[in-house]
Design a protein around this ligand. Structure first.
Ligand code: HEC
Length: 143
């Protein structure tokens, strides 16, 4: 048996593997650079500090005990008051939070800007020939 041949094939495959990975992990074109306002960033801070992501998904990522909240802002007709009540409602398995008015505003702002930047579920995404998923972004900047 000619082992050199197999080592050669292995090296070619490894080289292709590295080129492919280098390409997909360094190609900036496929990443949306979402820019949030300071107010929304404070909302995002509250989001992580209170572990909202352990039950809710944003852009499809997060826990599955509660619903995906990527587009909740438009789904609930951009109704700030409704969302603010929900935050402190302790509905079903959601913990009973005690956010003040300013914190509720910041959380609403976060969900509003997230809603303006992406779709979830992203049913219009296409799988490209290189295996990358062409995500259907909305826009990268809030209003
Ligand atoms: C322990 C799990 C859990 C955590 C943590 C949690 N939630 Fe929820 N949340 C839920 C569940 C379950 C529902 C669904 C209630 C229903 O079906 O009516 C919900 C519903 C909601 C809704 C209403 C969605 C709608 O359909 O109108 C909002 C808004 C929301 N959560 C925001 C938050 C925010 C913000 C945080 C963090 C501060 C948070 N949740 C933390 C479980 C959780």
């Amino acid at each position: 048996m000619n082992h050199k041949k197999y080592v050669g094939i292995l090296l070619v495959l490894l080289t292709l593997f590295f080129i492919y990975n280098f390409h997909i992990y360094t190609d900036k074109e496929n990443y949306a650079d979402v820019v949030l306002t300071q107010k929304a960033l404070r909302g995002q801070h509250l989001w992580y500090k209170n572990n909202c992501n352990s039950c809710h998904q944003i852009y499809g990522l997060g826990g599955y005990l509660g619903p995906d909240l990527t587009n909740i802002y438009s789904f609930r007709n951009q109704n700030d008051a409704y969302l603010k009540i929900l935050f402190n409602s302790g509905i079903k398995t959601m913990p009973l939070f005690d956010f003040n008015e300013q914190e509720k505003e910041e959380l609403v702002q976060f969900l509003k800007e997230i809603d303006q930047t992406g779709h979830s579920p992203n049913i219009h995404s296409k799988i490209e020939i290189n295996g990358w998923i062409d995500i259907n972004h909305k826009k990268q900047h809030h209003e």
